[in-house]
Design a protein around this ligand. Structure first.
Ligand SMILES: C[S@@+](CC[C@H](N)C(=O)[O-])C[C@H]1O[C@@H](n2cnc3c(N)ncnc32)[C@H](O)[C@@H]1O
Length: 217
């Protein structure tokens, strides 16, 4: 099953990866807001799960030069673009890239970060992961106590005007994307269980959800 999903992602992105950054900037909204709102402490270890082309990782590295970064992605094809981008930016010494599934993220085994991450970023990835609750749980487990999960993804798009919502849903389906408005409830449930503190907001009339979960110290 795991390999099947990775192969699906490779088929999806083998050609698209060349156009990915130029096209997605028109509809993956909220990523720059998320990046601007990060508050990584000195020497922070920051991991993006489902890092794609490393577009976000490179921006985070430039904006927060005191951080060390890690990118995980299921698709080896996407990671080829990520490696090119990181090399062009001259950031190989600060950004490590690995192939793997979000559901199996283990900071020590995957990246040698035994204490866990200070920040985990999930940007438009849970909407592509079939077992998204497992991926979310693994990301929370990967945080050090007091660490922050920062998330942006498609929101409750049914709140958008009907033709827009239907058109967007059909368009996203072509790319294997299913909006997961339940993410907000899941983050709030984790907070209610005492695992940490959650903040969730929607932007652009429900188009996207921005979430932060700070793991209990
Ligand atoms: C829509 S792209 C988002 C890329 C990047 N986060 C961004 O904001 O530009 C989703 C990425 O998640 C990856 N992905 C999908 N399922 C995954 C999984 N189960 N584990 C890790 N990565 C996954 C895909 O290969 C793809 O690169």
């Amino acid at each position: 099953m795991a390999d099947v999903h990775a192969q699906r992602m490779d088929r999806m992105y083998r050609h698209q990866r060349h156009l990915y950054d130029a096209t997605r900037k028109w509809y993956l909204f909220g990523r720059d807001t998320l990046i601007a709102g990060l508050d990584p402490p000195s020497g922070a270890h920051v991991c993006e799960v489902g890092c794609g082309t490393a577009r976000n990782l490179v921006q985070i590295a430039r904006r927060y030069p005191w951080t060390r970064l890690y990118g995980l992605d299921a698709s080896g094809e996407m990671l080829k673009s990520a490696a090119d981008k990181v090399a062009r930016a001259g950031l190989e010494a600060r950004i490590a890239l690995r192939a793997g599934l979000a559901e199996r993220l283990d900071p020590a085994a995957t990246f040698g970060v035994a204490q866990g991450f200070d920040v985990v970023v999930l940007s438009y990835v849970l909407s592509m992961v079939p077992d998204w609750p497992a991926a979310l749980a693994a990301s929370v487990r990967a945080l050090r106590p007091g660490g922050a999960l920062e998330l942006v993804d498609f929101g409750p798009i049914e709140r958008l005007p009907w033709p827009l919502a239907e058109g967007l849903r059909a368009w996203l389906k072509r790319f294997g994307v299913t909006p997961r408005p339940q993410i907000a409830e899941r983050l709030r449930a984790l907070a209610a269980e005492g695992a940490g503190h959650a903040e969730v907001a929607t932007i652009l009339g429900g188009y996207a959800i921005l979430g932060r979960f700070v793991r209990a110290a």
